[in-house]
Design a protein. Structure first.
Length: 249
């Protein structure tokens, strides 16, 4: 059976090291690509472009799409000004991923959304974000969500609230301990999505599609890091995604 080809969005920046300092690069973390490879898929990095013909060609050739984490989404997409608590914004990346996600939805390409990927999908379809967790009213539980060192540890619990979901059927448990690397989160949920799991302080951690016949699953945490470094329950999420792509091929 042919291995599914999985498109993965990527980061871009000016290189600050060695002989190529100042050279603009596209890049991915090893955990994103290796999680796909270990599950039996073939990862394909999708460089940023605003050329819609190129984006259409990307989507014509891939079986599924992973939209990864990264910088904050420009709050103009959900009609807010930039807060003093917002982080770096990458307008080039925003433009590309807006075109890519909307086209993928129109074509019903299966989607696996991670952190920023979930947040951006949400705001493209009538949702909004808290620009920082500190802005959430009555958020009194002391659960750590932010900090790079936290991404390598499963530090807080998420609770499944929808047992009629792919996620529950994959992990087969009412809760899961997960890593955390974010300071923004969903405020208003897009009508195209449903809540599947939340942390103890109410942060939306897992969502799935409300669109008939369109597989979409999204994570506020980083399952690719847990899958790659710990080979834990999150590995099964990638296994399921790749097997699903094989079944519909």
């Amino acid at each position: 059976m042919k291995k599914p080809l999985v498109g993965i969005t990527c980061h871009n920046k000016l290189n600050e090291e060695d002989w190529f300092k100042g050279y603009e690069i596209n890049y991915l973390g090893v955990s994103e690509t290796q999680s796909i490879i270990k599950a039996g898929g073939v990862p394909l990095m999708l460089p940023q472009t605003n050329n819609e013909a190129i984006i259409d060609a990307y989507l014509e050739n891939i079986d599924g799409l992973v939209v990864i984490g990264g910088e904050d989404v420009n709050p103009a997409y959900y009609h807010e000004d930039v807060s003093s608590l917002s982080g770096p914004i990458n307008d080039v990346r925003d433009e590309f991923e807006a075109l890519l996600i909307k086209s993928a939805v129109n074509k019903k390409i299966p989607l696996f959304l991670i952190c920023r990927g979930l947040q951006f999908f949400n705001v493209l379809y009538q949702g909004s974000l808290w620009q920082d967790l500190k802005l959430i009213p009555h958020n009194k539980l002391n659960i750590p969500h932010q900090g790079w060192n936290l991404s390598y540890k499963n530090i807080h619990r998420l609770n499944v609230v929808d047992k009629d979901s792919y996620f529950y059927n994959i992990i087969k448990n009412d809760y899961l301990y997960v890593n955390s690397l974010h300071h923004q989160t969903i405020n208003k949920l897009s009508p195209l999505l449903k809540i599947v799991a939340q942390s103890d302080d109410g942060v939306i951690e897992v969502v799935e599609s409300n669109i008939q016949d369109h597989f979409i699953i999204g994570f506020q945490y980083h399952p690719e890091i847990s899958s790659y470094y710990y080979h834990d329950d999150n590995t099964r999420l990638f296994d399921y995604f790749i097997n699903y792509l094989k079944e519909i091929a």
